[in-house]
Design a protein around this ligand. Sequence first.
Ligand SMILES: [Zn+2]
Length: 302
Amino acid sequence: MPICRTCRGEYGQQEAVCPRCGSDVRVWDRFNTTLRKFVLKQGGVLGLLPSAAALAVWIGWVPPEDAGNYFPVLTLVCVGMCLLAFFLVYISYFYWWEQWWAQQIYYAFPISLTLLIVVTAIGGLLLTPLWVLYYTTVGRPVEFIDKALFAAIYVPAFVCLTTAVTAIVVSDYITRLEQSAPPPIFASTERLLRVVVDAAINTINLPGLNTRVSAGSPNLDPVYEVLQTLRIPENGGIHVLLRECKRVQYPGADGKMQSKPMEMLWQVQADRWGRLQVVRPGSLEPYDVDKRVFREIGRHSS
Ligand SMILES: [Zn+2]
């Protein structure tokens, strides 16, 4: 089944709205790009130019060697590494999109696509003149140590350029994604809270138990209220304190069924995608005031 990138939940092929988070999923069908589409229609072909340049250098510039196969092997390794870098940057485009949002919301690892572009572009632009200078002044490497040194400059130069150019194409793609697609669920405490509360209520009311309790009497349906919400700044997760209010039936002294209201508190913890980690009976506890983010969304009826 396809994955909703807003909440990482699954949805059916024919569905227009994610059943888990309620966001429009048609945008993900539109933005799910294949490698072929990425190369031919979205500018990904630019990321293959450094590989083509490495082939051109070998075929067109470096004269055939008298002995050995240093340059053919070097070119093969270089093109292989470039294609690997190209592929890794291509398949991680959703990661960079999430990373961009993560850095706005919590203490995510401080790496961004822009940083990757700057570092690899600088690397490529410094190393490329270096190997050209080496080759034109020192000449073709002959000794093993010279060959190793030349390869250590030559291969990273093309890999850095491939990474930088591919990352620029991916960056353009992500900009369009940010404009069209709903942000990940962890970017909105309220939306994350609703997904977590729905999942927690489903967990608390085990299938079968809930139908037995409420059978034939809608007044016995439990009602839930969010008392406290705390975002976890380290990983974007969430703590929720949930109050469950329900009427419980019991046989009275005269044999007739009676009911009385009961209340229970639940402590719920979920990760930034709303996946439950802890659901346990809890109580009101004082949180660290500095970290507390308090929100209420009111009563949530099951
Ligand atoms: Zn979703």
